[in-house]
Design a protein. Sequence first.
Length: 525
Amino acid sequence: MNIRLTNLRQIRPADDLKLLAARRLRVDVADIRALTVLRTTVDARGRRPVRVLNLDLDVAHAQRVLARHSRDAQVGPVPQPKGAFYEGPKRRLGSQPLVVGTGPAGLFLTLALLERGYTPIVIERGKALRPRWQDVNAYWNRGELQPESNVVYGDGGAGTFSDGKLTTRRNDPRNASILATFADLAEAPDILTAGKPHLGTNRLSRALLALHERFAAAGVVVQFEHRLEDLVVEGGRVVGAVVNGARIDTDAVFLATGHSARDVYRTLARHDVAMEARPFAVGARAEHPQAMINRAQTGSHSPMEPADYLLAYNDRERGRSSYTFCMCPGGEVVAAGTEHDGLTVNGMSYSHRADRFANAAVVVTVNPEDYGGEGPLAGLEFQRRLEAAAYQAGGGGHVAPAQRIGDFLEGSPSSGPIDTSYRRGVNAGTLIPLLPEVVTAYMRRGLRHFGRRIRGYDSNDGVLIGLETRTSSPVRVLRDPQSYESVNLPGLVPLGEGAGYAGGIMSSASDGLRAAERIKPMHGE
């Protein structure tokens, strides 16, 4: 492929794409030797929805065609992916590397290790998918939290109960294979060309079940309800781990435990593993009727696909920003806590995205100087204080505090019943005293700005449900950029969101693959 053509409009589904592309480039149809659909979206703003496509084309006399369209921003050469595959020094592992965590980083690392001839031990503190679903529903419906089996801990990690977004800003050469793997496992070929590919919680669950079948056929059985309790360090390097009270000998512990495993960070601190506090974002989940978002974004109450949005307010002078994060069309706001006396919320949706409400986090970046403490784990304690305050404001039982957006902007507490998707119910009041002043100030600026972009966004038609505290890890575990091992504890390989090197399903999966690229095959090379 040598030419990328973007924003090609297909008014009628039966229109031949090769013919449309030839007309757009002003070439003969025979000159287009091959065509790949990269992305498909729907423009529903007009009276008649139109498909909009991005294509990669193999075109005869490509340089001549590119020269003819040199001033056309929608025609250009196919860009080369950034972040090339690792070609540096590699090491061979022992017979049983240990993978801790079954989020995207751990799962894709395991797949790659199998391809290199290893049969890793894989452990996960939470439960397998089906019993995990039972625990999560008991939590959402009755407030019965299981600290080791919940929205965060268990088969597939936190991403299992999410919108299942498979998007990333990284132009990574691994993205295509990650998408192809998910498409195969979930039987979801649509994600290969979707403008904003997503699986939803239901299809992510299907992918996990298929993946475990693949693992079992290769001799890997994930050991659920197995918790990492300590590292075994001898001679200045990791030589094993303590799991459920028993020692496992290994020369490599791949740590892919996600951004909420606070006990793991404390274990690393006991071993003086190099870490640093890092910025992340906190705020609340904003929920609006999906019909309102549809109407504001497309002009239609019921477009072909539920409308979404991505909004940001930046104050360049002060270096602060407020933005929407993890937008879930047709989804629900869910409880996502891991501790009995702390509450945090998140958003999720199923693949159909057909529920009544749209939601997104409205968050503000916070920095280590905002945490009110010192050391690499100060952000964890900052999170815990916010979550304890949210729990108390909700009145217990993981009922969430909530405030209508118009009231939040005016500084007035909300009262009365609030219609929301949050299953535990909400306690109307105010979120303002629960958050740092700088966060509420920038949330207000952001919400007013968002209201200028989406009519009604900043009105009492929307509600803030709080608090959203776990957007990403507040800790980075420092690692060598070549080996990916801890900078001061060889044998420990920190990965993914929990280590501070990823920010979603795709980038976490990529981080797992990057780690595997640094490993020699068990036999050969």
